[in-house]
Design a protein around this ligand. Structure first.
Ligand SMILES: *Cc1c(COP(=O)(O)O)cnc(C)c1O
Length: 386
């Protein structure tokens, strides 16, 4: 829909101007929510704007998909009903039964469940790898069988960093594709396609949407053949983003850069506070020089993000008490919204991996640091930690 050439424009300009030109009849500067399932044709096959049915394409979704592609530096973007819908569609587009997948050994729990309980039953075995160790990823690849290497960086909730460029090389050497789940960093902080990844996926529910008011997912690719296969599967499977969801996500993306800068500022303030607090043990944040992935993160991320994890010195009981005591940090799952959230991964987001190799420490607390007044966030944590 957009005919302006924004390929040389900066991130913020692309976020605001990609994907849509002011409406030629009304001048509307923001794409309408095209709440329509079908489109009138001028004679059989005479499509007016290229649209024939809204599972295949819808103008509000098109505006979002173009913006997603522009922000990741990709050729095409695709918007889905959720992050997991995007992952499932991607897997069916790229793999066939008998192929093999390498997964991070601390993959997002929903991603692990999808591959372990759904894709495996379809005939797609998977192997875990520690993505902070390139040799471990290389060792998990089965040449000739591994079709996808899946990478998250930073991971959830331990914020492990994987070297995108190095892992792209080992994947490509073995004839596999590298998929990067860029949800935690967002397109603003990290550009996996430029580092050699073949596919980027997002849960746009998180930083992309950014306001905790919509669930959605995205895929962005550089290669035209891959784009065609994913487009075919998006339409054939049909797990697409509806027009209102697409509109909310597009609205969120316009302020992604501003929000991420503030998420990072506030996270740094919180990290400063936590590292000197007597009731706090390890503070896990890729921006800390003590973080084992700090150097790689510095190379591949613009800044270090809004997610912070820490361990308390008083064990699980204290971790649960801190989560119950904050007032500005809301106790809840999910992340990436304007409001700060606190959670206990062991009992909440990661309860389903207890007893497996993905189990997380019981004294761990995870923060999604929002964009509130930083002094209020620090005061809230100070009160909760006692
Ligand atoms: C939330 C999340 C997903 C799944 O996305 P949904 O929108 O909840 O389906 C995938 N990967 C990561 C890293 C996530 O945080």
């Amino acid at each position: 829909m957009s005919d302006r050439d924004l390929s040389q424009a900066g991130f913020e300009t692309r976020a605001i101007h990609s994907g849509y030109e002011p409406d030629p009849t009304t001048g509307a500067v923001i794409p309408p929510i095209y709440a329509t399932s079908t489109y009138a044709q001028d004679g059989v096959g005479g499509l007016r704007g290229g649209y024939e049915y809204s599972r295949s394409a819808n103008p509000t979704r098109t505006a979002l998909e173009s913006t997603l592609a522009a922000l990741e530096g990709g050729a095409r973007g695709f918007a889905f009903a959720s992050g997991l819908a995007a992952e499932d569609t991607l897997t069916r587009a790229l793999c066939k039964p008998g192929d093999h997948v390498v997964l991070p050994d601390d993959a997002y729990g929903g991603t692990f469940r999808l591959f372990d309980k759904v894709e495996q039953g379809w005939g797609l075995p998977h192997s875990p790898a520690d993505v902070s160790d390139v040799d471990a990823v290389a060792a998990a690849i089965r040449p000739g069988e591994t079709r996808m290497v899946w990478l998250e960086t930073p991971t959830n909730p331990l914020l492990t960093i994987g070297d995108i460029a190095a892992i792209a090389e080992v994947a490509h050497d073995a004839g596999a594709l590298l998929v990067v789940d860029n949800t935690f960093a967002s397109s603003y902080l990290q550009q996996p396609l430029a580092l050699g990844a073949d596919v980027v996926v997002h849960s746009t529910t998180k930083y992309a949407g950014g306001h905790s008011d919509v669930v959605g997912g995205a895929i962005v690719v550089r290669d035209a053949d891959l784009a065609e296969r994913i487009g075919f599967h998006q339409n054939a499977i049909g797990a697409v983003a509806g027009p209102f969801d697409a509109w909310l996500t597009l609205r969120g993306l316009k302020t992604l850069a501003l929000r991420m800068e503030r998420h990072c500022d506030n996270a740094e303030r919180v990290v400063d506070f936590l590292t000197s607090h007597p009731a706090v043990g390890d503070v896990i944040y890729p921006g800390l020089e003590t973080h084992p992935g700090h150097e790689v993160a510095q190379r591949q991320m613009r800044r270090f993000g809004g997610m912070v994890s820490f361990r308390v010195t008083g064990g699980e009981e204290q971790a649960l008490a801190v989560c119950a005591a904050t007032e500005v940090f809301t106790l809840g799952e999910s992340l990436g919204g304007v409001e700060s959230l606190i959670e206990h991964p062991g009992r909440m987001t990661h309860a389903s991996v207890a007893g497996t190799e993905l189990e997380v420490p019981s004294d761990l607390v995870r923060l999604s640091v929002g964009i509130e007044t930083p002094d209020d966030l620090v005061a809230d944590l100070a009160r909760a930690l006692g």
